[in-house]
Design a protein around this ligand. Structure first.
Ligand SMILES: [Zn+2]
Length: 482
């Protein structure tokens, strides 16, 4: 099996397997490829030079990654051509996925998308398992497995659900719409485009590096309810990860900074909170001084909560909603606010949490009649742990950086404020995120005539380069452990 074999065997398999596949495709579909494919004997001569080059460039990689090259330019070109050739099929797959409403609250829709997704990957040799969510109101998670011949595993992670209820899609006429290089529609970027990216990468590996594809055990996971609090999905992944899992690759959308393609290496953790104030009601006309105004107390407490935000430490505390009182002629006896806080490191997160919890207790708003004081309670509703920068992720990221050098794509890393399933698994398996295509305006469905409001979209032209990057990076990762 390839994992115990030398790099030049891998390269030879890579090239010959690719040639065989192309011959098959050309025969079946009468395709024309620009690449000039020689027989394997000729390959063998080139191969030896490549291996020598690889050893050299490996040393360069360590010193600063100048021109590391896993495969000859010719192979890179044919990889891109292969991916371009599969794009119509990939986009049709995406169109059908976007056509299935998969709002988290739409159990039937998400489950239907899960089954459709399993069908899409079945021709690649994956078998499906549908796993009930811990929350009975949520749809089923999806796990696909393809067993490999070696003991090594790679996991890929995406999700099925979106944030758009069917009524909102209808109200905003938000559906699949191709416009220039953009594909608008619910989930095009978050995250159905990422799912299609997984399919492209696995298709390319099977066609162009079959030995690698067959050696690895591939485990693919889709969260049915990523847009809600769903820690059971993390437990599902962790229970299914093999002991020798090389990586967990998360296909949330890519970040961009100018020409830089940003992979995600850390994410903030998040806690949500609820603060309740119990005051004492009274008649606002006849007995105003008997009351302890819960809303006034909450206003004091919320100012303290807002002051917990500490930008220089990347700690944000957000007041999200507030409610209290009933009618104007009553001193309100209760008020409540909810919000969240986020931080990149467990230490800063703990500081934010402690700051919130310290606000509980007797308030300063009291009845002037007898000193009755408002009572403040603080609850932490749910918590998603931070995914801090760590060595496992950094090492994994380096393969993408090196693949970027090889492909002429400018790759950089990003710490992202939003959550993903990466938060739930990074400490079990080295995890990298942001491997999906590029798009923008995720979670937005509105479009205004003046063009100032534009809904979620993905860019078609971002698929092939990113799929090539992911494919070459995975080959590098597999080669490294061989
Ligand atoms: Zn989302």
């Amino acid at each position: 099996m390839f994992l115990t074999r030398k790099v030049h065997d891998l390269l030879n398999d890579f090239r010959c397997g690719h040639q065989a596949k192309l011959t098959r495709i050309e025969g079946a579909r009468k395709l024309k490829y620009r690449g000039n494919f020689r027989d394997c004997q000729e390959d063998r001569e080139d191969r030896d030079q490549t291996v020598a080059g690889n050893r050299l460039t490996s040393a360069k990689v360590d010193r600063g990654m100048e021109s590391a090259s896993l495969v000859p330019v010719q192979q890179v070109e044919s990889l891109k051509e292969f991916l371009s050739f599969r794009m119509p099929e990939a986009l049709e797959m995406l169109r059908q996925m976007v056509g299935i409403n998969s709002y988290t609250g739409n159990r039937e829709g998400v489950n239907r998308l899960g089954h459709f997704t399993a069908e899409c990957f079945a021709p690649l040799g994956f078998s499906a398992e549908f796993v009930a969510s811990a929350n009975p109101e949520y749809p089923e998670h999806l796990a696909l497995t393809r067993r490999g011949r070696s003991g090594k595993s790679i996991a890929m992670v995406s999700h099925l659900d979106t944030v758009f209820p069917p009524e909102e899609e209808a109200r905003n006429n938000f559906h699949w719409q191709a416009e220039g290089d953009r594909l608008y529609g619910p989930g095009t970027q978050d995250i159905k485009g990422g799912t299609v990216m997984m399919w492209l990468v696995l298709s390319a590996l099977r066609a162009q590096a079959q030995e690698v594809f067959d050696a690895i055990t591939w485990k693919l996971f889709w969260n049915s309810s990523e847009e809600r609090f769903s820690p059971d999905f993390g437990e599902l992944c962790r229970s299914r990860f093999d002991r020798d899992t090389l990586a967990a690759l998360v296909f949330e959308a890519e970040g961009r900074l100018g020409e830089e393609h940003l992979m995600v290496v850390a994410r903030k953790g998040r806690g949500t909170w609820r603060v309740k104030v119990a005051g004492r009601g009274s008649h606002a006309g006849g007995k105003h001084n008997h009351g302890a105004n819960a809303i006034v107390q909450l206003a004091h407490t919320l100012k303290r909560i807002a002051a917990l935000t500490y930008y220089s430490q990347d700690l944000t505390v957000n007041v999200g909603s507030v409610a209290g009182g009933t009618v104007s002629n009553r001193v309100p006896h209760e008020a409540v606010a909810e919000g969240e806080f986020r931080a990149f490191t467990p230490e800063v997160y703990a500081r934010g949490k402690a700051g919130l919890l310290a606000l509980a207790g007797r308030g300063e708003v009291r009845s002037l009649a007898d000193g009755y004081a408002c009572e403040v309670t603080v609850e932490i509703l749910d918590e998603t742990p931070a995914w801090p920068r760590n060595r496992g992720t950094e090492r994994l990221y380096e393969y993408w950086e090196q693949a970027g050098v090889e492909l002429g794509i400018s790759v950089s890393s990003q710490e992202r404020g939003g959550l993903s399933d990466g938060n739930l698994i990074w400490d079990a398996v080295p995890t990298l995120d942001g491997l999906g295509p590029w798009g923008d305006n995720d979670h937005c469905s509105e479009r205004s005539a003046d063009g100032l409001k534009v809904p979620e979209f993905v860019e078609v032209s971002s698929f092939v380069p990113k799929a090539a990057l992911n494919t070459v990076a995975i080959l590098r990762l597999c080669r490294e452990v061989s």
